[in-house]
Ligand binder design. Structure first.
Ligand code: KIV
Length: 268
């Protein structure tokens, strides 16, 4: 087994363009790693794209543990960032450290990600102080967006710059910028020493991250800024339709798909 990419190595990519993608299970994490993507985010977008919830707020720490561990088993040398889900870190530094510890111990996390700027700086400092690397997340904050903060493009320059300074000073190794106006995202990228990882925030961020199911065409509600590179949802429906038709017409199973068939390997 090769060793995993570390948070410090990601920080040292400042200025380089590097890809990040979400993954939530072993097979797709393996695909990402085989594609040369060595930073995988087990995002709490899991709630929508895999678990069928309307938003991320219903996602539990146990969900992130299970899916983080699966992704880490699938991609054994990638850096696996696992999201701290809603209400597992906001209340206190102690809670934030305990939840992060769980993600590292049982959830395959190489690092954790949490949402928020100046308000989250104390949590970031505490988790980093406990030895666990933290990726910050500014701009649209999906965990609270559906509770009122909203999904609109973020243009509050002074506040965003303050937040970026705060998370960098608190010790984050990188920061996701979600739906930040591209000029401001560029300014933040120039201003702070840690890499910015953009999503819907323009071409001047250091890294870019997309949600796997948007990339592969597996999710019907992709945001307009996502780029789709395949149509796996349509391919899956087509394959399953062909299977269903074969069963209905008794074309499946043929002799070779029958366990008792001679020469299929199941009989001596
Ligand atoms: O949960 C997630 O997938 C994320 C990305 C949108 C950055 O946080």
């Amino acid at each position: 087994m090769s060793r995993r990419i570390t948070a410090a190595e990601i920080t040292s990519r400042k200025g380089a363009a590097f890809p990040v993608v979400t993954a939530y299970d072993a097979p797709f994490a393996r695909c990402a790693q085989a594609a040369g993507i060595d930073v995988i985010l087990v995002g709490d977008s899991l709630g929508m794209v895999v678990l069928g919830y309307e938003s991320t707020t219903a996602v539990e720490l146990a969900d992130m543990v299970r899916h983080g561990a699966a992704a880490a088993r699938g991609a054994q040398s990638a850096h696996v960032i696992v999201d701290l889900p809603f209400a597992t870190y906001e209340a206190s530094d102690e809670l934030a450290i305990a939840s992060s510890g769980e993600l590292v111990k049982r959830g395959g996390a190489s690092s954790v990600k949490l949402e928020g700027g100046t308000s989250a700086a104390s949590r970031i400092r505490a988790i980093v102080g406990a030895g666990i690397p933290v990726c910050a997340h500014l701009g649209v904050l999906p965990q609270t967006a559906s509770l009122g903060s909203g999904f609109r493009l973020r243009r509050e320059r002074d506040r965003l710059l303050r937040d970026a300074d705060a998370v960098a000073e608190a010790g984050a190794f990188a920061v996701v910028l979600e739906m930040v106006e591209d000029g401001i995202a560029a300014e933040i990228t120039r201003r702070i020493a840690i890499p910015t990882i953009g999503i819907g925030s323009g071409p001047h961020c250091d890294g870019q991250v997309l949600v796997l199911h948007d990339v592969l065409g597996l999710y019907p509600d992709s945001p307009p800024f996502a780029k789709q590179y395949a149509t796996l949802g349509a391919a899956a429906t087509e394959a399953l339709s062909a299977y269903a038709a074969d069963v209905r017409s008794r074309a499946f199973p043929a002799a070779r798909q029958t366990a008792a068939h001679e020469g299929n390997g199941y009989r001596p």
